[in-house]
Design a protein around this ligand. Sequence first.
Ligand code: SF4
Length: 456
Amino acid sequence: MSTSSLFQEDLINRYDRPGPRYRSYPPATEFHDLISESDYQEWARLSNEELIPRPLSLYFHIPFCSSICYYCASNREILRHKGKMESYLQDLFREIEIQSSLFDRDREVCQLHWGGGTPGFLTQRQSQQLMEKINQHFRLNRGGAGVYSIEIDPRVIEAGGVAQLRKLGFNSISIGVQDPNEKAPQAVNRVQRLEPTAKTINDARRHGFRSISVDLIYGLPQQSVADFAAILETIIDLGPDRIAIYNYAQLPHRFPPQRRIQAEQLPESGEKLAILQMAVDKLGAAGYEYFGMDHFARPDDELARARRDGSLRRNFQGYSTHAQCDSIGFGVSAISQVCDNFSQNAASLEDYHESLSQRRLPVTRGYQSDADDLLRREIIQGLLCHFRVDISAISNRWRINFANYFADELSRLAEMEQDGLVEVVGDEIIVNDAGRLLVRNICMVFDCYQQPGTSG
Ligand code: SF4
């Protein structure tokens, strides 16, 4: 899809407001503490009893970083001494033993992701131990059909680290990048030179990673259109398969490190829009396709192809070709999705360790989905991944009269239709080009936790 018709300044100005990123529906903000370990164990049992049990997706959260980037919204902490990583690994090993006892061993792991924090902070020996432990307890796909991905911070990866990750079975890498030259990095406490970033990307290509993605953030303090254009051109020259451009949201009440960012140094809304427009134009000119919320990819990339052939999905790892999985999250604050229900681990290292030392899963909150959640989840998936919803297919599958069930939603959608963001044509809701950068706002119409008058 061409990117030339995506950017409509007046519409983006009018509609853009913060909202969920829809890695789950309902969003994690709706999870509550009435979900316990026994609920999770029951969901795992039921998942094994499905006629054809789903494959598995495993997520490992490594929460440590060398320093705190002030814009960060992840659960992480500074690793002050190496013993802490060793002790965390022992907890992860215990969690792997307990979790694996709940799931039938023949269920294949078709998706694996290590995120953080900074998973590259594991030494090569620790990475090897963790992968061996996973391999002992789960059925990994060694044929290369699975997507095994890891987030890399080029500032901390050891020499030879990328080659070792490939040997361990990773085939996809994602790299957070900041402007290497200008003032903005100091204002957010993340100075990242170009050389390690370029070396990481080149090493990943040389060692046969099949997907390399780069994450950029715009709207950071002291960032200008010219600064962002320079870093984007540099990244495009390095040729990653995917580039994500995230809009920085200043939410210091939720993410305390953001209190160190001075609001008056943030670019004004006009400057931010100009950065976005420049980025959309440059990525389009370089041959990248917009395939979903904030994400651009080369046309031959796996996710760009999945969007075209209808197999793209969204889950806790973002966009994916493997969302039919049951997803198991390991580590502090990690989220699992089993039998369409959610559970989340303890957010503090102390609580996480305490549960596992008693050989209990550290489940502290979650959400049991009802039929309405599943119906809305399917509509939001359709909008996010394919920019369309098949009304008659949904009506038949869920045995509803769509027009009656979603009368309020359709009237709110009519306002967006007048503005050219969407069309309701025959039996389909279609997101027009002008609505694609605002697809999150269109999803919010069908999100019953985001209705006018609700917080969230
Ligand atoms: S942005 Fe990444 S490296 Fe920076 S503090 Fe957050 S998790 Fe750590």
